[in-house]
Design a protein around this ligand. Structure first.
Ligand SMILES: Nc1ncnc2c1ncn2[C@@H]1O[C@H](COP(=O)(O)OP(=O)(O)OP(=O)(O)O)[C@@H](O)[C@H]1O
Ligand SMILES: [Mg+2]
Length: 250
């Protein structure tokens, strides 16, 4: 098992954003997290990736509790995320973004990168960045400054930056948000390809069809609580899920 999340909670003032949530993710799984706006999905990602510290509960990653670890420490352990909104290094090219992304997320060694990185190391970082850019289909754009690229391209660059960090598990926070249909199709292909290379994928997505088609297991959250967990088939028929999505009183 990759993740064993037990009784995880995080509150902001009076708001229980994540409330006593437990679930497991197996290595190699394509895992979906769905739920209405404000349900606590992004907070869950922030907890798993060390951007927030849980108030209580445990996040066991390959048997070790990682609550309290910082994002860069977790990146080095293979836990890498993308953000709900794009945050690229403006004024820089696609290639520069991907190279810098991998350096910045490996923060503890950034000094090492600056001061004692050898030409060979720089070269290999550059080559890997180019490989990753090719993987997301952005090679034709690699020398363009990111600022004026279409939104969908920016989102793919966000994924490329994450991939450059060599994830064991890639957590994608609404990667299809703001994408047009063709871009979403391309994104789905990329997610499938990433998964096929053996990377575990955790996907937050509002596009129900996409989650149902892609994911092997899904957990559903509402008001910080897990309300369902199972295969797409199981989740689709779950009464709590139907109630949450249709707003029908139970
Ligand atoms: N840093 C924060 N400070 C205060 N409240 C927060 C913070 N982050 C999240 N919240 C609150 O926690 C709850 C869960 O928010 P979260 O962003 O995790 O939801 P979400 O499921 O990702 O929603 P969306 O689908 O809109 O992205 C919301 O009520 C939100 O207002
Ligand atoms: Mg969110």
């Amino acid at each position: 098992m990759m993740f064993d999340i037990k009784n995880l909670s995080k509150s902001f003032g009076g708001v229980a954003a994540v409330n006593d949530v437990s679930f497991q993710i197996n290595e190699g799984e394509l895992f979906g997290v769905i739920g209405p706006n404000g349900a606590g999905k992004t907070t869950l990602f922030n907890l798993i990736t060390g951007f927030l510290k849980a108030d209580s509960g445990e996040i066991s990653y390959f048997g070790t509790n990682v609550v309290g670890k910082r994002p860069n420490q977790l990146v080095q352990k293979g836990i890498v995320r993308t953000f709900q909104s794009t945050n690229l290094f403006l004024g820089n090219t696609v290639l520069e973004n991907v190279v810098m992304g991998s350096y910045l997320t490996h923060k503890p060694s950034i000094l090492k990168n600056i001061f004692i990185s050898t030409k060979a190391q720089e070269q290999s970082a550059l080559e890997y960045a180019e490989e990753v850019i090719e993987f997301v289909g952005m090679s034709a754009y690699k020398d363009l400054v990111v600022d004026n690229l279409p939104y969908g391209h920016k989102r793919l660059i966000g994924i490329a930056i994450a991939l450059a960090c060599k994830p064991k598990v890639l957590l994608l926070d609404e990667p299809a948000a703001g994408m047009v249909e063709d871009e979403t199709k391309e994104l789905i292909n990329i997610i499938k390809k990433v998964h096929q290379t053996g990377v575990t994928v955790v996907l937050i997505e509002h596009d129900m069809k996409m989650v149902m088609n892609l994911c092997e297991k899904i957990t559903v959250v509402e008001f910080g609580k897990k309300i369902a967990y199972g295969t797409p088939q199981e989740v689709r028929q779950d009464e709590e899920v139907i109630r949450a999505y249709l707003g029908v009183e139970s």
